[in-house]
Design a protein around this ligand. Structure first.
Ligand SMILES: Nc1ncnc2c1ncn2[C@@H]1O[C@H](COP(=O)(O)OP(=O)(O)OP(=O)(O)O)[C@@H](O)[C@H]1O
Length: 266
């Protein structure tokens, strides 16, 4: 379980005044939980993820993973960004094994684990390929395999499918659900897409900016239905899905206007 308690983050703004990127955010990600964060630009989603990853310190509050405070990056958290950071001079398998190499695994261990994970993400035939030979979706699969290599407790994913075309994006969502279901990892996932958020999350949080806060929370079950039945179309076209999509769209837009108004009158 990852637990965020009353987390606040301030940055120094350009005019010297502090910018509050996160305002007393509290959130629990239970074991096997898939929590999706949604919200307009600047509402603190990436700040929250970076604090969970241990890349930046909180100004106030705490984050613990299985009871241990998060103070720096660690192998118990795997991170995937929108822009993959594959090393172009290494093969796909070597890229997947990078974290294991740093952790001191033998060459044979690195290779075996990389092949096992490439199988999990459907890239078993590309172990010896170079990153430039892969499509955008395939590169994100390599990034996912690499994040899973040290067997982390949680995956932290910052808009991982944001740059993909819609067809590839849907395939990647389905792949991620199957990986989540098979590995039982906790996931924290950021997106701008309401449909993606609804489809993937067991819990959805909606954030609003200036300062970054959680303004709504939903418990969801579409992802479990998909993991069981495998019919994404049926889920996304169901009336219940459309109804929630509109409800959440209204919340996101209301908060967008609210913060624009605040800025205009600040
Ligand atoms: N290093 C920094 N220095 C100063 N301000 C920052 C810094 N990082 C983020 N901010 C500010 O904190 C706020 C939250 O930013 P953050 O990137 O977390 O939002 P976001 O919801 O992830 O946005 P996006 O969807 O555009 O990625 C913004 O107002 C941003 O300008």
């Amino acid at each position: 379980m990852l637990s965020v308690k009353q987390a606040s983050v301030y940055f120094a703004g350009r005019d010297g005044r502090p910018v509050q990127a996160l305002d007393r955010v509290s959130l629990d990600i239970p074991d096997r939980g898939f929590v999706v964060a949604l919200g307009t630009s600047g509402c603190g989603k990436s700040t929250l993820l970076n604090a969970m990853a241990g890349f930046l310190p909180l100004s106030e509050g705490s984050i613990t993973l299985n009871g241990r405070p998060i103070e720096k990056p660690g192998a118990d958290r795997g991170v995937v960004f929108q822009k993959d950071s594959l090393l172009p001079w290494k093969t796909v398998a070597e890229n997947v094994a990078l974290g294991l190499k740093f952790a001191g695994a033998s060459r044979a261990e690195q290779r075996d684990r990389a092949l096992e994970l490439l199988q999990l993400v459907g890239l078993q035939d590309f172990a010896n390929a170079a990153p430039y030979e892969l499509s955008g979706g395939m590169r994100q699969r390599v990034g996912l395999a690499r994040a899973l290599a040290p067997d982390p407790d949680i995956l932290l994913m910052d808009e991982p499918f944001g740059a993909l075309d819609s067809m590839t994006r849907e395939q990647m969502q389905e792949l991620l659900v199957s990986v989540w279901h098979r590995t039982g990892k906790q996931v924290f996932f950021i997106t701008h897409s309401i449909e993606e958020a609804l489809f993937l999350g067991t819990q959805l949080i909606v954030m609003s900016p200036r300062p970054g806060r959680i303004v709504a929370r939903f418990d969801l079950d579409f992802v479990n239905t998909f993991a069981r039945d495998g019919d994404a179309r049926a889920i996304k076209t169901a009336p219940q899905f459309a109804h929630l999509r509109e409800e959440i769209r209204a919340i996101v837009h209301n908060n967008e206007h609210h913060s624009e108004h605040q800025e205009a009158t600040a």
